[in-house]
Design a protein around this ligand. Sequence first.
Ligand SMILES: [Zn+2]
Length: 415
Amino acid sequence: MKALALLHASQLFTLSGPKRARAGKELSELGIIRGGGLLIRDGKIDIVGPSDEIEKKARDAEIVDLGGRVVLPGFVDAHTHLVFAGNRLDDFERRARGETYEQIAKAGGGIWSTVQKTRTASEHELLELAKKHAGWFLKCGTTTIEAKSGYGLTLEDELKILRVMQRLNEGTPLEVVPTFLGAHAVPRDTSPDKYVDLVINEMLPRVAKEKLAEFCDVFCERGYFDLEQSRKILTAAKMLRLKLRGHVDQLSNSGGAKLMAELGATTADHLEKTDEQGIAALKKTNVQPVLLPGSVYALGSTSYPRAREMIDAGLAIVLATDFNPGSSPTPSIPMVLSLACTQMKMSPAEAVTATTINPAYSLNRGDEIASLEFGKLANIAVFDCEDYRELAYWFGVPRTHSVYVKGERVYSTQK
Ligand SMILES: [Zn+2]
């Protein structure tokens, strides 16, 4: 593989710093090099620095002039529901007419409609759809995502979804980190307790045995899985050496953040209704909060999580899309940057850290990706702007110029 030199960025952000997720003031330290460039060898970053220095050491390399654009590590999206069939356009229109979640579910919409379509779809059909969506992520500058199962809700259908993720990983440049979310909802044809037993006794052992997931997640919410059921499932997952994530405190403050702290989870996700006590509990065991403003926005709510309080408390905050057909149909991290700055009062720099190095650590990949430093994978996003703050500022305009994964250009607006 020929060496590659990317030269003449207006701003290149290394995100170099301590080898762990960043908190407090560290969130604002992006490691800027004005007029920077980098040299890539064998898919990894060899040298980062001022462009004239790189040019001197890049005699054997293919040279790409970035023409004064912004360079960042590829975004890392730590919370998505990538694999599903169909869409929820009818729900979307009903919500616009003012119908409630219950009315929409009664009319045949909601998560159950996606479960039915996903069960009916073949593994091949799901893979083709997932490939299409993977292309959208790359186009937005994202090079690694976490993806959850959870639209199957039977042993075979959950395994089918996880296998799609595995095949996607082998067949596309987007890196997918798999999470088992069998406890996404209780299927209509069974009781909650019976289903919890199925998840613990049949699904989890198979998922672990076939090494189809790195994490286990639970939707801990009234009407889904209560605290006790969530604790049972996550404890069983932990015994099988899966790491833990959790949908908690989204619609009500049920003590989900505290549960994730108690279990030593890697992340606690959503947290729209988490209070000071929940925040303090997360801090005690260094659970990373994953905030999902796209779902608050798309549901037409204004109840954003308390990002500023979490930052002040010293939490290593993460932002993600929550890409899914129901509550957050967006793969766009730039859209999330905009929401973080306008609705949650995060600075553009904090938002960039929360979508690069911090999510990488939350996925156990902080040592391999998401900063532009010697030895790391050359996963890089180039944007059509001179100042990185434009990414959050010009919302709704795609700014991606080109994307590299392991030193290979996988997306470009140019030929
Ligand atoms: Zn989610």
